[in-house]
Design a protein around this ligand. Structure first.
Ligand code: AMP
Length: 282
């Protein structure tokens, strides 16, 4: 596996592959890799000639009061996991390479970026869409792989790719969970064993809501109340940022259960912010 740190070199390598008609699959990550990331890589390897993984903890998507400085870094074990997974190229730039002096552009996907997490993390999605657009321009992928875990992110990236004629297929992969249902996340290592046990309330709330919908409940407010009642009943949940039923395309909250329903939750357990979601189709 080659490890590339300079965007211009990565771009030359990608151009070389394209000239030889080799398709590139890109898996953007922030490292501290787990089985969720590895599922994206596996899919990319099935569907492309070359798989490029990026590891970049993008500073512009973190608020000043967020966890940028303590975001987990596990470079050595990440490299080993990527080698074992058969990744061709690891692109691992530093912030100065990505945002040299004078950098002043940004991409805003209006509307979608203000809902759900956007309401609690101002500027976050602009940071995400800008860095993903840069990664697309650097790695020139035919396909890029994202997890449903970050559902809003996938919708924003899809919108951006369509609006800006990026010409890269956006592939969304299912959420990988621990055996007890907790969605895998690099941030789970912040959780003590008590907090981790408390975090299972998220999956319980999603399943309880899905069961209500499947058993015929048509009022989204009833489903929302069920989720919120469960979440606040857990003493270690310090904040419920949102927990409701949304239209998966517009991310607007639904008042009536529809054919396609996105159940989405963001809570804090202590200082750790956790998100999860479930699509319920009826
Ligand atoms: P991150 O490193 O957290 O920025 O995540 C990189 C990519 O992995 C994103 O597209 C995430 O949605 C995806 N991802 C993170 N956790 C999971 C998971 N549990 N299952 C599937 N994909 C995931």
């Amino acid at each position: 596996m080659e490890i590339i740190r300079i965007p211009r070199i990565m771009q030359q390598i990608s151009e070389g592959h394209r000239l030889k008609c080799r398709s590139i699959g890109l898996v953007p990550t922030m490292g501290a890799l787990h089985e969720g990331h590895l599922s994206l890589i596996k899919r990319s390897k099935c569907e492309n000639d070359i798989t490029v993984v990026s590891i970049f903890i993008n500073p512009t998507q973190f608020d000043p009061n967020e966890d940028l400085d303590k975001y987990p870094k596990e470079v050595d074990s990440d490299i080993q996991k990527l080698k074992d997974a058969g990744v061709d190229t690891l692109f691992m730039p530093d912030a100065v390479q990505m945002y040299p002096d004078g950098f002043s552009s940004s991409i805003k996907v209006s509307g979608l970026d203000e809902k759900l997490c956007g309401a609690f993390r101002p500027g976050h999605f602009s940071g995400v869409s800008t860095v993903v657009c840069k990664l697309f321009n650097i790695a020139r992928p035919a396909r890029a792989y994202f997890g449903q875990k970050d559902f809003q992110q996938t919708q924003i990236i899809r919108r951006m790719a369509a609006d800006l004629n990026i010409g890269c297929e956006i592939v969304v992969c299912p959420i990988v969970r621990e055996s007890d249902g907790l969605a895998k996340s690099s941030r789970n290592i912040y959780l003590s064993s008590e907090s981790r046990a408390a975090a299972l309330v998220i999956y319980r709330a999603l399943n309880a809501a899905a069961d209500l919908i499947r058993s015929g409940e048509s009022n989204a407010a009833v489903v929302k109340k069920k989720m919120n009642d469960l979440l606040v009943s857990e003493p270690l949940v310090s904040e419920v940022q949102y927990a409701a039923v949304y239209d998966p395309s517009t991310l607007d909250e639904l008042s009536q259960i529809s054919k396609e329903n996105l159940l989405a939750i963001a809570i804090k357990i202590g200082e750790t912010r956790l998100i999860d979601n479930m699509l319920v189709l009826i």
